[in-house]
Each structure stands twice: as structure tokens, then as C-alpha cells.
Design a protein around this ligand. Sequence first.
Ligand code: HEC
Length: 396
Amino acid sequence: MATYRRFMLAVRFPPNPHRNLDDTVPNAVVSIPGQPVAGNPSAGEFNFFNVLTEQTVGCKDCHMVPFGTAGGQLGGVEPSDPPDARAGMINGDLVLSFMTDVKVPHLRWAYERFGPVYGTAANPPDRKTGFGYDHEGGVPDLDTFFTALVFHMNAQQLKDTAMYVNYFPTGTKPAVGHQVTVPAGAPPTGSPQDESDLTTMLAVGDSADPNRHCELVAQALQAGRMRSYEYGGGVWIPDSVADPTLTTTALRTNAGSELTFTCATLGAGTRLGLDWDEDGVYNADDCAPVDPNVAGPPTEIMALGSDPASPKNFTWTTTAIPFPSVQYDVFGSTLSSLQAGGLNGIQCVASNLPTPNFADPRPDPDPGDGYYYFVRGKNSCGSGPIGPAVTLPSCP
Ligand code: HEC
């Protein structure tokens, strides 16, 4: 159960869809579906953090950000955390609980906790689904919840505070996962929500900013190829180390198609923007950008060693080959052909060997002649060189 508890406490909540993209809350009277009364979330936020709504204490003395739990901590996620749930308990006398000590619940999903309301179709609201608030789930909405005896708020404070709880942060910033697609070239005038969203995403999504909300990446066609970028240090880092960084204006001007901007979760920007398979070679430099075991053809095979006791058996070292999935082809011919026409007579001796060794099954060469060998590696990106520049025969 302790392991399961730790797992559940580490589950991340999605962003609260009511919050603004820059993680602020509206300073205006708003209504949302399911909440009976309108309120001002910004005024409610002030109440939550500054007003002694329960005479001697206020909301924040028990429900602290980021999660709304006691001290803002989940407790028990890290092995060093307090080992049991008591860390999150408060003396039930404070909340007038008849069960005495109760746990301070987190408020990350309060915005979707509306419970059943037993009206009829003819006399709504009639809502048969949902869990509701409080530990037994019996309270259908936040306005009703805050009419409990324990709270000391006037009517306006109650409406605003209830609305703010619907805007409570979830621990994941609203820009996480946000995506906009805009046309290439200069930003269209008179335009749309997408452009203002993009401005916000640039402000909160710089991967070099320690206070970033998310990590912004972009994708667009450039010179006929789909390219991806990560935003870091105020510029766009392209997915090839050979290419220069770009300003947002240059990125949009150069794009050969519309551009899609996505704000990734913290830590995922480089994977989504530059190196999908995380093999350390950026996408445009990687012939297999979604295969972590391959990024280019194998390098030249070195140190081909023959067994002195049985010279047609030999092995080679693979330490210099950077990618693990590789097969081998063996080429060669007789020394007499080498003498007569150089490497022009080279043939395929064996192909697709899975391991770095080969026992030549051919009969021994004629007396006074011999065999020479070259080995090359190959993978899904192509074949490596054998050393000398020569056109090799096909080796299927
Ligand atoms: C003295 C500590 C304390 C204070 C102060 C306090 N709460 Fe709570 N709150 C609790 C506890 C404990 C519960 C759980 C009660 C239960 O389920 O019986 C709770 C429950 C809730 C719930 C229901 C959560 C759920 O999952 O059902 C909400 C919403 C809430 N509080 C919001 C607030 C707001 C807003 C304020 C300020 C106006 C506030 N609380 C002040 C301790 C406190």
C-alpha cells in the first residue's frame, strides 16, 4: 500500500482549463457551467490568501499552494517524506468536524467535482452524476459548500472565493500542452487569438528560463523537409547542429509551410523539438530519428584479426561503432587478382553476418596464392566504408 500510495501521489494533474494561458485568473465576474452563482476569481484569490475566513485562520493556513494540501505538500511522494498521512491532518475542532482529525484535501480537481442535484427534468437542475464536495461527496457545488457554519464570509466573499476554487492551480501550468498553428511569413494583421497565445507561449516557454511554465517547440517545413526546433535563450535552436539559431521572425519568414507551436511539459522540450529518439543526434542529422539504436551508418571496421592456427577464421573489433544494431558484409578475392587488377576484382564473400566473426567456407587458395578480406558494417541507415575508395559489388 505504501508503494501504491507513493505512485498515486506522484500522478500529475492536467492543467486547470479555466485559468488563463499565462497562469493568471480573470479579474472580472465570470460564470462557469455547474456553478450556481457568478463570482470574481481574482477577488476570491485575494480572500483565499489574505482574509481570515474562519475567524482565526484563513484558507491558506490549511490549503497551501501548489496543491491545496497542508503546507502545499503532498507528503509521502519521496521516500524521505513523512511516512504516513498524519502530516496532512489538522485538528478537526478547527473545521468543526464531528470526526475530529481530518485530512486537508488537495484542491486540484475541485473545478470538476460537481455532485448530484436531485431536481427533475421539469424542474432543473437535475444532475444524477458526479461525486460532490466534502469527504462524503454530498455537497453538490462550491457555493453550497461555503455556506457551512465554519466559514465566516459575507455573500460577495463567498461567491468570489467559491469561483476562485474553480480556478485553483493543479500543479501543471495552463500553457503545458497548448498548441497553435500559424501561417508562414509575417503575422497576419487583425489577427486572432493564436497570435496572442503565441506571444504568451514565447514568454512562458523558454527552455533556458528557470521559471518557465513549459518548453516551447515548433515544427515547419523548410527546404522541402519537416524540421523541428526548441525555443531556448530567446532563439530557436534547429534540429541540426550545422544550422544557425533563428529569431521567431526569421523562423516564420523561412518556413515553407504553416508552423505549429507546442508547449511541452518540463523536461520534454529537447525530445519533442530536437531529438525524438534521445540518442544524442538531432533529428535532421539522424538518418533514423525515431530509432535510438541508430543515427548514421557504421564507421569503418578496424582491427581485422586472423586466427594464426586457422587463418580463414577471423574476428574484428566493434568498439568504434557508435550504434548497436549492425550487421556485417565480408568482401575480398585472391591475392593473384589483386596483383593483376587491384581491387577491381573484389567480390562479396559473405553478407548479413550478425556477429563480428567469420569462418571462410571456401576451399583453400591455390598454392602460392592467398585470400584478402575487407569487412564493412551496415544498418538501417546504410553501409559503412571499407577503407579504400572502391566501388563494391552488391552483397545482398
Ligand atoms: C482549519 C483548516 C482549514 C481552513 C482554514 C480551510 N479549510 Fe478547506 N478543508 C479543510 C479540511 C480538513 C477539509 C476536509 C473536510 C472534510 O472532508 O470533512 C476541507 C475541505 C475543503 C474543500 C472540499 C474539498 C473536497 O475535495 O471535497 C474545499 C473546496 C475547501 N476546503 C476550500 C477551502 C477554502 C476556499 C477555504 C477558505 C475560505 C478553506 N477551505 C479553509 C481544512 C481547512
